[in-house]
Design a protein around this ligand. Structure first.
Ligand SMILES: Nc1ncnc2c1ncn2[C@@H]1O[C@H](COP(=O)(O)OP(=O)(O)OP(=O)(O)O)[C@@H](O)[C@H]1O
Ligand SMILES: [Mg+2]
Length: 262
């Protein structure tokens, strides 16, 4: 994959979803007729617990297989049907997702898990990046530039807390240089000052051309960061609009925010 995000000057890469459905047993958890994600630099995806937000993101990445429907990546004049591809191909096309539930990175140190992401981006075999010092060193500066932004308790060792693992996951995804980054509750469990640092880091990447779709229950993050907000309930996006519109909408208040919200 080339350096940079590769977005065309004419517009951002977008994800078009058509007729997407997913059921678990007799419960339909995603049922979306038409939806476009990524047209705006930062898009919030909110909704009550169980609305289907994580499942929708997993269907896009094909870490969960859809029952019906098509997901297409539209990038300039090119269109790729993601729903026919294996998950690793989707990441290499520039659609990348963080995880709501933290991963333990299979026992890898912070550095090794980030080197693995760089290897994946360059299509290098992982053993090369670990064994060959010059390969490690050529990527070291980029990794260190991310690590310098945060205070990991043991930067040369392992990520310990849930917060550190979440951070590591976000950095790992950024090292893949996504065109569209899907973030599933990236700041859940992080202290307020670190949340602000994460959002600042994401804003820098957005200014460079990356698009963000962010699921978050911390609505201060959503209202302050998003250009547009999609409101999801019972498996479908039922409202879209700018943050002020969504925040004040009676359906959102009734189904999610509660009447006591300000
Ligand atoms: N693998 C699975 N097997 C069975 N049911 C599942 C599975 N994954 C999700 N579900 C169910 O699908 C529904 C939607 O779940 P999902 O995790 O997508 O919601 P969400 O909007 O991300 O919620 P939250 O805000 O709590 O993270 C829930 O009722 C959930 O229990
Ligand atoms: Mg979820």
């Amino acid at each position: 994959m080339s350096e940079g995000n590769g977005n065309t000057p004419g517009g951002r890469a977008t994800i078009r979803i058509s007729g997407l459905t997913k059921s678990f047993g007799d419960q339909t958890v995603v049922n979306i007729d038409e939806l476009v994600l990524g047209a705006k630099p930062v898009e919030g995806l909110i909704g009550p617990n169980g609305a289907g937000k994580t499942t929708l993101m997993r269907l896009i990445m094909r870490s969960t297989k859809a029952d019906t429907g098509t997901v297409t990546l539209e990038d300039g004049s090119s269109e790729v049907v993601l729903s026919k591809l294996p998950p690793h191909r989707i990441a290499s096309l520039g659609v990348v997702k963080t995880n709501q539930v933290t991963q333990d990175f299979a026992g890898l140190t912070i550095w090794d898990s980030l080197l693995l992401a760089v290897a994946q981006r360059h299509d290098e075999r992982p053993h090369r990046i670990y064994r060959e010092r010059h390969v490690r060193e050529s990527h070291g500066e980029e990794i260190q530039s991310y690590l310098d932004l945060f205070e990991f308790s043991e930067p040369e060792g392992f990520a310990h807390s849930t917060g550190e693992k979440k951070l590591l996951d976000v950095i790992r995804c950024l090292l893949l240089k996504p065109k569209i980054l899907l973030l599933d509750e990236p700041t859940a469990g992080l202290p307020d000052d670190v949340t602000e640092q994460v959002i600042a880091m994401l804003r820098t990447k957005v200014a460079e051309g990356m698009s963000v779709v962010i699921v978050e229950h911390d609505l201060d993050v959503i209202w302050g960061f998003s250009d547009v907000v999609h409101f999801m309930a019972e498996g479908d996006v039922i409202l879209e609009g700018d943050p002020a519109y969504i925040r004040a909408h009676s359906t959102v208040v009734e189904k999610y925010l509660g009447s006591g919200h300000v």
